[in-house]
Design a binder for this molecule. Structure first.
Ligand code: FPP
Ligand code: MG
Length: 298
């Protein structure tokens, strides 16, 4: 059976963007400056990878797309908040993101901090609203929301970001960098594929299989990010290349070298795809996405 990832991505991105516009339809209750700052970063041309992974997972576990869309949007809101805060002078101090000026460069630091806060809280308001789900999913919704908080919070992304900051200029070790990557980037990517499975109420072995996929694919994604920072060019990346080395960041290439890092990407990706076996052909888009993430250039 033929499958075009290009048209799959186009179609799903369209659906996600339409849903995100729906989330940001009415800003009448929101201070104008905040609304503008949040929208600037949310509609800045991100790849929508987390929402697309979420919809692909929904397909694999048999969750109707409309039931997964709130989760998909919440993931992108959280991802966008994390990038705005990551770029701040107190963290990575970056001037460019996705080829455009970073949020604080346009709106100032105060509004960038608040836009991040606003996106993060709005994500939970949006995703937890039972009115957005069919009645049969209400029972599982609290667990899905709970997990989102877990993987985005200190056990996941925020904790990983803390370790990433503290590890700057430290001697890189594989175990340390693995732990940073799993939490800083891997946890939110894992939640992107796990939450639809939780909401659908899949049996335990399938939840485990999806979890194995999520960890392996998420890790591969961040190692590719490290490799691209080292070898890519700023124009294609839309942000500054070579910045990890400059800042003494702990990365896979700094811990085990570039060639070994590339081999690890291939190994993690194979592991990810193998984990999808219990889902059969319905997981084809997820498998293709994992391969795409391993080969991406931006
Ligand atoms: C690029 O994603 C993003 C990452 C590799 C994630 C890095 C993780 C952080 C910056 C964590 C920050 C956390 C806090 C709490 C500040 P992408 O390639 O999908 O980006 P795109 O959306 O631009 O396509
Ligand atoms: Mg950073």
């Amino acid at each position: 059976m033929s499958f075009s990832l290009k048209s799959y991505l186009e179609q799903k991105r369209f659906v996600v963007d339409r849903a995100l516009r729906q989330v940001f339809k009415d800003g009448s209750d929101c201070p104008k400056a905040l609304w503008g700052s949040m929208k600037y970063s949310l509609f800045a041309g991100g790849k929508r990878l987390r929402p697309v992974l979420c919809l692909a997972s929904a397909e694999a576990v048999g969750l109707p797309q409309k039931e997964a869309l709130r989760i998909a949007c919440a993931l992108e809101l959280i991802h966008t908040y994390s990038l705005i805060h990551d770029d701040l002078p107190a963290l990575d101090n970056d001037d460019y993101r996705r080829g455009r000026k970073t949020n604080h460069k346009v709106f100032g630091e105060a509004m960038a901090i608040l836009a991040g806060d606003g996106l993060l809280t709005y994500a939970f308001e949006w995703v937890s609203n039972p009115a957005g789900y069919g009645a049969k999913y209400h029972k599982k919704l609290p667990q899905a929301v709970h997990e989102l908080g877990h993987y985005a919070g200190y056990p996941g992304m925020v904790g990983g970001q803390v370790d990433d900051v503290l590890a700057e200029r430290q001697k890189p070790t594989l175990s340390k960098v693995l732990s940073i990557h799993r939490r800083k980037t891997g946890a939110l990517l894992l939640s992107s594929v796990r939450l639809p499975a939780v909401l659908a109420g899949v049996p335990r072995p399938k939840l485990k299989a999806m979890t194995d996929f999520g960890w392996a694919a998420g890790l591969a994604f961040q190692v590719v990010d490290d490799i691209l920072n080292e070898t890519g060019d700023s124009k294609a990346l839309g942000k500054k290349a070579g910045s990890d080395r400059e800042r003494g960041k702990m990365t896979y290439p700094s811990a085990i070298g570039l060639e070994k890092s590339k081999r690890e990407v291939a190994r993690f990706t194979q592991k990810a795809v193998a984990a999808l076996k219990p889902f059969g052909v319905k997981a084809r888009p997820l498998a293709e996405l994992a391969n795409y993430m391993a080969g991406r250039t931006n």
